[in-house]
Design a protein around this ligand. Structure first.
Ligand code: PMV
Length: 344
């Protein structure tokens, strides 16, 4: 199995446009961020293996032999079925997850265990085969939220900036390194429930909701066109178009029922500093993105960050287009990261 400590990181990501609509076959634009999530896996000489997910303060140790004794139904079957209810129950037992109380940290451990049992037991850790990693990440997504579109695992695997529609992925050519604020409202939400809510609204009001999804699709396409233009020569007027697209999409997402008062507050507070924001991902709380135009005064950006932090939110300034999933040499990690990973 593993011969030494393994450290893997995946980029943070945001969906610029197209969340929810992508579940219904429309275009989404997603970008990777250099706000990375780390995983450290350490085999011990006593036959145990320790998983450390420092970003969510999770550490768990298992006996490798007892993992191997689990039934073989987890092994890679070639296709990509969702995990069965029995498999999920078995994983919960192994992970020590209490019944009916699967918080996000538990779900992350379940997704990890599912992939570990399927891949590591077959000694098929794919080193450079990003296609395979993407497929496995999709399986992990299925453990976490049922019926994902595939956009999240794709952007985390490939990195950069990409267009995603019905499993078809293409990278955007030299997208501008847009500066953004990523703000976490810290309001918990269930992606599964929110996606189901949009589906129900679509079934209930097809004549109303279908055009909303088509409009979001058009926003993603327009954003892609503008980002393409910006690759050649970014100009302020293109940033103003991006801001308008952000505002329109935020209103449309509210119409789909995936807004939240915390997200309204985020938009208002950033708006008071002349900044434009929208939710990113499933909505109902969670995170929002705010575009930072290059002409903004530093003091204005700092004031906006402070105001958002003052609301109790976490706020990071970053740029879009980070590298995808990466394996790290323990010696090349920055100090704060190796400390969080347990002093490599
Ligand atoms: O909330 P997140 O980051 O998991 O993003 C969900 C994005 C959706 O479009 C709402 C669902 C999906 O699977 O694409």
């Amino acid at each position: 199995m593993l011969s030494g400590v393994l450290v893997v990181s995946a980029p943070g990501k945001v969906i610029l446009h197209g969340e929810h609509a992508v579940v219904h076959g429309k275009v989404a634009l997603a970008v990777a961020l250099n706000l990375r999530t780390f995983l450290r896996l350490e085999p011990h000489s006593n036959g145990k293996v320790t998983l450390n997910l420092p970003n969510i303060c999770t550490k768990q140790t298992w006996d490798v032999t007892s993992l191997q004794l689990l039934d073989t139904s987890f092994l890679d079957q070639g296709d990509i079925p969702a995990p069965t209810a029995e498999q999920v129950e078995k994983l919960k037992e192994v992970a020590g997850v209490p019944q009916n109380r699967a918080v996000p940290e538990h779900l992350a451990v379940l997704a990890f265990l599912y992939l570990y049992l399927a891949i590591c037991r077959k000694q098929r850790w794919p080193k450079e085969d990003l296609e395979l990693i993407n497929q496995w990440a999709f399986r992990g997504e299925r453990v976490i939220h049922g019926n994902p579109s595939g956009v999240d695992n794709a952007i985390s695997t490939w990195g950069g900036a990409l267009r995603y529609q019905q499993g078809k992925i293409s990278s955007l050519n030299s997208p501008p390194a847009l500066q953004i604020l990523l703000t976490n409202t810290k309001v918990p939400r269930s992606t599964k429930a929110l996606v189901a809510g949009v589906r129900n609204r679509l079934i209930k009001f097809p004549e109303i909701v279908s055009p909303v999804l088509t409009s979001i699709d058009a926003i993603s396409r327009e954003c892609e066109r503008v980002l393409g233009e910006m690759a050649a020569a970014p100009a302020l007027e293109q940033y103003l178009i991006l801001e308008e697209l952000i505002d329109m999409n935020q209103y449309l997402l509210n119409a789909l029922g995936v807004g939240h008062t915390s997200l309204d507050q985020l938009c208002q507070v950033a708006g008071a500093h002349g900044l434009h924001s929208k939710l990113t991902g499933a909505g109902g709380g969670g995170c929002g993105i705010t575009l930072l135009r290059p002409d903004l005064e530093r003091a204005e950006v700092e004031a906006a960050k402070q105001a958002l932090t003052g609301c109790g939110f976490n706020c990071w300034e970053t740029s879009i287009g980070a590298p995808g999933v990466s394996i790290h040499l323990a010696t090349s990690l920055h100090d704060p990261i190796s400390q969080a990973l347990g002093g490599l």
